[in-house]
Write a protein that binds this ligand. Structure first.
Ligand code: SF4
Ligand code: SF4
Length: 368
């Protein structure tokens, strides 16, 4: 479909059309000093004029006079919580009157969600999560139900943070597939392009005027410029062999002296999928819920197996994270597990930078 143009003062029609189609709209908002995703019904609630400053261990928002809603790079949230719930019950057990224990599965019935403002890196991360949760021998029913109900409105990124490196992983800043609608924002409004039948049906309601060549050229120039402005990069898209050849590298010890093993990097990472399971018993002893919750390879319990904590120190936990993310994923999913969103750099309380650590172990530069 050719791109059409939606003037800024008609942006509310996008929200209204999504709501009339049965979606709860989720959009970016400036809250407590960060861009977060939450329910949104009015165009005025978008973070108009907000800009972010990100560097290792630092995230700051500042206000500008720009009329744009999307002139920032990603905040801490990705699409992950909307499909892979941070905590959810998987099954319930009940003790019946005859003392028998009965198990019943819990099937989530999620409401349709439209997420507005998705970036290319997060779309790539969603594709990776699809591989993990849907395309293995057993599809995850909770993930599948939530994923089916998602409508994705992408905004091509024109304001990368200093922590972003999606151009080096090949995942941004332009989204090329996997969206329902793609927007390019200018000061005057939005170039709108449909990427699915659902997106086409929605866009058809707005009687958009076709975009003119100059608008499209300016949009292309802004996205290309966003790729050029990225200052970080990974040494290569495939570090598998270099990482596994360097398991005894002294850098693992050095990074462990700085790392707090807090797990922030895994919580904000859009592709991390590790979880633990727990049972929550009712006080009357008759019911219990079996829960799945996000976990991290930085916790002690995550590598506890049959009385042994396999990765007992921070050195082996950090090494596990990096070698799995940038190495082992090639064996499991055919590519690296990093989409270059930079969140683990900005939200690490001590500013550990995955691009620097990878370069230190494997050689090559972390800065372009
Ligand atoms: S490893 Fe870091 S930069 Fe890569 S996808 Fe995860 S959070 Fe983003
Ligand atoms: S690398 Fe940073 S965010 Fe990750 S566990 Fe260590 S201190 Fe926490």
């Amino acid at each position: 479909m050719e791109a059409g143009f939606l003037p800024r003062d008609r942006f509310q029609t996008l929200l209204d059309a999504l709501r009339q189609s049965g979606y709860r709209c989720i959009g970016p908002q400036a809250r407590a000093g960060a861009i977060v995703y939450d329910t949104l019904t009015r165009a005025e609630d978008f973070p108009r004029g907000m800009r972010d400053r990100q560097s290792p261990g630092v995230y700051r928002l500042e206000h500008t006079d720009s009329p744009r809603f999307f002139s920032w790079a990603n905040g801490p949230q990705a699409l992950k919580p909307f499909v892979f719930a941070p905590r959810e019950p998987l099954w319930r057990s009940e003790r019946a009157a005859d003392a028998a224990i009965r198990f019943s599965e819990i099937n989530p019935a999620p409401e349709p969600l439209a997420v507005i403002g998705v970036r290319a890196c997060d779309l790539a991360a969603l594709r990776l999560q699809d591989r993990h949760f849907l395309e293995g021998p057993f599809a995850d029913p909770g993930y599948a139900a939530r994923r089916k109900n998602l409508f994705l409105v992408v905004v091509h990124c024109t304001h990368p943070a200093d922590t972003c490196f999606c151009a080096s992983t090949g995942d941004g800043p332009r989204a090329t597939q996997g969206f329902d609608l793609a927007l390019h924002e200018s000061d005057e409004g939005y170039l709108v392009q449909a990427g699915s039948d659902k997106g086409r049906a929605l866009a058809a309601q707005w009687a958009l005027v076709p975009a003119i060549a100059a608008q499209q050229q300016e949009a292309d120039r802004e996205v290309e410029d966003a790729a050029r402005r990225q200052i970080r990069r990974l040494p290569s898209r495939n570090l598998r062999d270099d990482l596994f050849a360097n398991l005894a590298h002294p850098r693992w010890e050095e990074v462990a002296e700085r790392c707090l093993a807090c797990g922030n990097c895994t919580a904000v990472c859009p592709t991390c999928f590790c979880h633990s399971e727990a049972d929550e018993a009712a006080l009357d002893g008759r019911h219990s819920l079996h829960l799945r919750q996000w976990d991290s390879c930085f916790t002690q319990g995550h590598s506890y197996i049959h009385g042994i904590t396999i990765r007992a120190d921070t050195r082996t936990r950090y090494r596990q994270w990096l070698t799995h993310k940038l190495g082992g994923w090639h064996d499991q999913y055919g590519r690296s597990g990093c989409v270059g969103c930079g969140r683990c750099i900005a939200w690490c309380p001590v500013g550990i930078d995955i691009t620097e650590e990878a370069a230190a172990v494997c050689g090559g530069g972390a800065h372009g």
